[in-house]
Design a protein around this ligand. Sequence first.
Ligand code: AMP
Ligand code: MG
Length: 216
Amino acid sequence: METKLRQADGPAVALAAELLKGGGIVAIPTETVYGIAASALDGAAVKKIFEAKGRPQDNPLIVHIDQLEMLEGLVGSVPERAKKLAEAFWPGPLTMILPRGPRVAAEVCAGLDTVAVRMPSHPVARAVITACGLPLAAPSANLSGSPSPTTAHYVMEDMRGRLPLVLDGGECQVGVESTVVSLAGPQAVLLRPGYITQEQLQEVLGEKVLLSGAIL
Ligand code: AMP
Ligand code: MG
């Protein structure tokens, strides 16, 4: 497969949206790292992500949205804590684990009854989601086990020949993965440390955020 590397201008974003609507995969920049995106509503499309990355299918993916309305059907409910954190940190590098809704493809959640969601702030990621109108599952755009890429050049090194299109949106500003916090249980639990700290989460929630025994 030929892999096109395109500056993320209007026509390239439109092309990415067409590929995604057709069940394809595309590498896109986000403010954390570059991701390989596919429609989170399309199990066959999501499988292509796992194949391109060589990622074990039991490792669930983060779903990227561009507006809160997109949570409808993706999640089963939006707990009060999630509303507070969304207000404070979205769009931005915070991923929330919420009860799973009926529209999200089973492949995204790796069989769990929860789903990970995030609203990115990167203008290109947002433009692509808006253009295709789909929530996008998007893990980092590297081969499984390799470092997460922060430039389109690094994406090409791992992914050349494995997907049709890489959008170049420059270097990722945050450069580390999103913080992952679970709000699906009775207490907030920090599952993966990241740019947004436990202290920041606690300050907004006004309560203790537990540290997971098994930090990812
Ligand atoms: P990434 O490799 O950046 O796409 O990160 C995805 C990470 O988010 C995974 O490694 C999971 O550990 C975590 N994650 C995604 N979905 C869930 C979920 N439903 N429950 C717990 N953790 C999740
Ligand atoms: Mg990764």
